[in-house]
Design a protein around this ligand. Structure first.
Ligand code: SF4
Length: 111
């Protein structure tokens, strides 16, 4: 299974990605369905920050095209992309749609 993880750029100021990677490596939380399955982590990417429109952002388009070209099958959205008080970030929602349009399945959650 070829899998990528998408996280919030703002959260990455304080986040190492360790919890996502631990859950992936131990096949827990959102990665539990892959127990016993070999996984290739194709990418560990961030959005391009708040206030941009993903469809008009050439960098975002390039990143999603790249995920597709390297055969990514599933994109997991990090916990940091869905805040308790405000819900899923609209930028991430759009990026998720763009991934789906490229034939990539989206799973909401990591650890
Ligand atoms: S656009 Fe959303 S996911 Fe990206 S940095 Fe801002 S809050 Fe985080």
């Amino acid at each position: 299974m070829k899998l990528a993880i998408l996280n919030c750029l703002k959260s990455n100021r304080v986040c190492t990605g360790a919890a996502c990677l631990k859950a992936l490596s131990e096949r827990t939380h959102s990665f539990a369905p892959y127990a016993g399955e070999e996984i290739e982590l194709t990418a560990f990417l961030r959005c391009n920050g708040c206030g941009t429109s993903p469809r008009e952002d050439a960098g975002i388009v390039e990143k999603l095209d790249r995920l597709q070209s390297i055969g990514t099958q599933v994109l997991h959205l990090g916990l940091c992309t869905n805040k308790k008080d405000t819900g899923e970030c609209p930028t991430i929602t759009q990026m998720a749609q763009m991934a789906q349009e490229r034939g990539i399945r989206v799973v909401r959650g990591t650890h």
